[in-house]
Design a protein around this ligand. Sequence first.
Ligand code: ARG
Length: 459
Amino acid sequence: MWKGRFQTDTSNLLQKYGESISYDWRLYAYDIEGSIAHAAALQDAGILTKTEERAIARGLREIRAEIESGEFRFKTSLEDIHMNIERALTEKIGPAGAKLHTARSRNDQVALDVRLYCRAESEAILHRLSALQNALLTLAVNHPDAVLPGYTHLQRGQPVLFGHHMLAYIEMLERDKDRIKDGYKRINVMPLGSGALAGSTIKLNRALVAEKLKFPAITQNSMDAVSDRDFIAELLFTISMVGVHLSRLSEDVILWASAEFGFIELSDAHTTGSSLMPQKKNPDIAELTRGKTGRLIGNLVSLLTTIKGLPMTYNRDLQEDKEPLFDSIDQIKLALEIFAEMMGAAKVREEKTLAATSDPFLLATDIADYLVLHKVPFRDAHEIVGKLTAFSLQEKRDFPELTLDEFRQFSDAFEEDVFKVLDVKTALRARKAIGAPSPSNVSKQITRWQKRLDASNTL
Ligand code: ARG
């Protein structure tokens, strides 16, 4: 493509080292869509005749069909998807094909292609996030009365409804969806017409191109437009954050599926056995996801590191943006799909979660609250219940087995009704403030999400 200036061919090693066709081939549909729009702008500017424009569009559509049917032969010697398609077009339709690259550079072309790609994939990720939220919501709906201990420091803290725990993840995934939607605004800006870095002396109607490609905005600085990869970094961050959320859910799933917890049972379809230990049923999906999250974060760091030292404007380093991007998108889509399937098929063992929640110490804070309602300052109440807990442990008798007299050894604010506090259902019902896990709050949240999930699916 640059034969004019050069006297010898590119070294074979450089071809191998510098090619991107082995992975950027997947931008083909966006490259073709962009070129068809660019041809319309060239026609509008008087560079192409109507007939030439039509020949270009027809040729490009044929190339798309050839790529999709597997007939197209990608050449490493042509470096990337842009040159592979352009060469094939020229071979197909002759001189009109050779005019397509007027007032365009691969620098604005690749920026456009990647933006179109990120646009489509943002939508795909958004839908998968909603599908996982739906699977978690269904678990909450199917186990309205299930209770389990809420933990801090992985120590039993206070009782919660199982649904409340699921809704926590739904909230996290909703923030991820908000990040996708927000980042989409910065992806959705049309860079074509920026040329190599300084536009072109041929005046293109960029608004026409933007309209054809359904972009609501046009980049306003040609130098920024060809070197901006912020939108990719943002998407990689969002994907990393989704990964971190899935990794945390993975950790819960791994713990819950252990014999020690036994809170859930994963289906055979979503677990693997051991080649050595016949009894094993391993939560590999969750472990893989926890592991792959490192890779997602690595991809984000990789891109930021690539960008950080670049002078204006396009530098070939930027070709390194695509592999981390493609990898993160492929992995997060799979992770979200498989998580929706796995959580949808998981069985909650309510008898186990209930047994764990029957630990009376989970209600220690409720006893302190009881004292507060009987006019004891909270700090004093905390100490009283701490001493009561030590006594109960020493006596090897749980709170409900202590007598009122024994309670009153620690504070005379205790009355007969303290025993009413020592009930998980009462404890949950009392947690009524916004965001707390009373059964009526949780059921309202479930209804809210049932209404909201479908509506929050559009970009
Ligand atoms: N393959 C290149 C990339 O992915 C396309 C742009 C190349 N531009 C250039 N001036 N060599 O970034």
